[in-house]
Design a binder for this molecule. Structure first.
Ligand SMILES: *Cc1c(COP(=O)(O)O)cnc(C)c1O
Length: 400
C-alpha cells in the first residue's frame, strides 16, 4: 500500500516546480507562481479519478473527516454512528465538532453492520459514517437505505480504500460526502494530506471556505475576500499537493501491483479450508491494499500472528491486540482523557463506553488477520511469503 515505496523522478519533478517559483501556498500569489497550481490540479485529477463533481484538498485525512462533517452541518450534541473497527481518527474528528461518536458493531465485511446501524438510530442521530477498512467496503445499498429512511447524512471514510469500487462507483464517492487521507502510509501519499469528495455543491462550498478561515475565494485579492461563516485552517501546502499529483497519476499502476501481489497470497491461502476470507459485498471490488482473513478461533489467530512475527512475515496484524484500530484498547477515549473540558452533553453521550461490550465485533476482530500488501515486493518475495504463511497456518491449525 504505501505509495512512498515507489517514489521516483515524477514526484521530484512536481516538487521542484513548486520550489522553483517559491510559492508554497495553494491560494494567491498568482503572478509569482508561473502557472503552477498543484493543489488545484490535484483536485481536478481526483475529481476525474472518483467521477465526482467536487474535491476539496485539506491537510490530513483526520481534517477531511472533520471538514466533511462540519460541511454537512454536524455539530454540538449530534450523534454520529461509526464502527468499532476503524482508525482513531474517526472518533477524534467527531469529538472535535462537539458531536457524539456512537460506536456500533461490524460484520464479516469488517465494516459497519447495517442492522447494528439501524438499531442505534435515535432522535439525536444526524449522520452515519461508514469506514471502508483495509481496502474493502460495507454493504453500501443497505446503509443508504437506513440513511434514507431516517433522513441521515451518509459519510464515507475511504482513507484506506482508494481504488476500490462498489457497483462500478469509486469508494469514497458513493455516500453524500467522502473522505480520503494521503498521509505517509497510504496508497497515494502527499506526505500529509487529505481530501473531501462530494457531488453536493453546498457541501463543497462549505468545505472550501471552512478549511481556509471561512474565505469565500472570490477574486484574487485575499485581503478583500469576505467570510460568510466561521472557518479554520486545514489547508494543504503546494509542496504536499505536488507529491500527490505525481502519485495520483500512478494509481492504476499501484492498484495493478497490489492486485497481483494480493492474488498470489490469496490463492496460496485458499488451499487451507479453515481460512475464510472477509466478505466483500455483492458488486464490490477491493483495492487490494490488504488481504484479510479469519481463522477458526481467537487462539489460532493469536498463534498465527505470533508465528508470522517469528518467521519474518511482517506487516500482518491481529487488530484485537492493537491500540489504534479497535475500540477494545482505546482507554484514553473510554476514560475521556482530554486536555480541555468536554461538554456535559458529550460526557453524558459517551457514558455508554464504560459498560458497553461489542461481542459481534470481538467475534470477527479476534479471529482476523490483516496483511498489508506492499508495492515494492518482487514476485519471488511474494511467493516465498505465501509459502511461509501457508506453513505457519497449517502447523497451528493441525495442532488444534
Ligand atoms: C489514515 C486514516 C485516517 C486519518 O488520516 P490522516 O491523514 O493520518 O489524518 C482516517 N481514517 C482512516 C480509516 C485512516 O486509515
Amino acid at each position: 500500500m504505501p505509495g512512498f515505496e515507489l517514489f521516483s523522478d515524477l514526484e521530484r519533478k512536481e516538487v521542484n516546480d513548486v520550489l522553483d517559483n517559491g510559492v508554497l501556498m495553494r491560494y494567491g500569489f498568482d503572478g509569482m507562481r508561473k502557472g503552477h497550481w498543484k493543489a488545484k490540479e490535484l483536485e481536478s485529477e481526483l475529481e476525474k479519478t472518483f467521477g465526482s463533481s467536487h474535491v476539496q484538498l485539506v491537510s490530513s485525512g483526520t481534517a477531511a473527516v472533520s471538514v466533511a462533517l462540519a460541511s454537512a452541518g454536524v455539530g454540538a450534541g449530534d450523534e454520529v454512528i461509526m464502527p468499532t473497527f476503524t482508525f482513531v481518527a474517526s472518533f477524534e474528528a467527531i469529538m472535535m465538532l462537539g458531536a457524539i461518536p456512537v460506536l456500533v458493531d461490524i460484520d464479516d465485511t469488517l465494516t459497519l453492520d447495517p442492522k447494528a446501524v439501524e438499531a442505534a438510530v435515535t432522535s439525536k442521530t444526524k449522520a452515519v459514517m461508514v469506514v471502508q477498512m483495509c481496502g474493502s467496503m460495507a454493504d453500501m445499498d443497505a446503509l443508504r437505505q437506513v440513511c434514507n429512511i431516517h433522513k441521515l447524512i451518509f459519510v464515507e471514510d475511504a482513507c484506506q480504500a482508494i481504488g476500490g469500487t462498489y457497483k462500478g462507483k469509486s469508494l469514497g464517492s458513493i455516500a453524500d460526502i467522502g473522505c480520503f487521507s494521503f498521509d505517509f502510509v497510504k496508497t497515494i501519499t502527499c506526505g500529509e494530506g487529505g481530501a473531501v469528495v462530494t457531488n453536493n455543491n453546498d457541501y463543497y462550498i462549505n468545505a472550501d471556505h471552512y478549511s481556509d478561515h471561512g474565505h469565500d475565494h472570490i477574486g484574487n485579492d485575499r485581503g478583500a475576500e469576505t467570510h460568510p461563516f466561521l472557518g479554520y485552517n486545514f489547508r494543504i501546502s503546494e509542496l504536499h499537493a505536488a507529491v500527490g499529483l505525481a502519485q495520483i497519476r500512478r494509481l492504476p499502476e499501484f492498484i495493478a501491483i497490489q492486485k497481483k501481489n494480493y492474488t498470489i497470497l490469496r490463492e496460496a491461502l485458499s488451499q487451507i479450508p479453515e481460512v475464510i476470507f472477509r466478505t466483500v459485498p455483492q458488486g464490490g471490488e477491493e483495492s487490494y491494499a490488504f488481504l484479510n482473513f479469519f481463522l477458526p478461533d481467537a487462539e489460532s489467530a493469536q498463534k498465527v500472528s505470533g508465528a508470522f512475527k517469528e518467521n519474518g512475515i511482517d506487516v500482518c496484524w491481529n487488530y484485537y491486540q492493537n491500540n489504534w484500530h479497535y475500540i477494545r484498547k482505546w482507554n484514553h477515549l473510554k476514560e475521556l482523557k482530554s486536555l480541555f473540558p468536554i461538554s456535559k452533553e458529550v460526557k453524558e453521550g459517551l457514558k455508554y463506553l464504560q459498560t458497553k461490550t461489542f461481542e459481534q465485533s470481538d467475534h470477527y476482530i479476534a479471529r482476523n488477520i490483516s496483511c498489508l500488501i506492499k508495492l515494492s515486493w518482487t514476485e519471488d518475495e511474494v511467493r516465498a511469503r505465501a509459502d511461509k504463511m501457508v506453513e505457519c497456518i497449517t502447523k497451528i491449525i493441525s495442532k488444534r
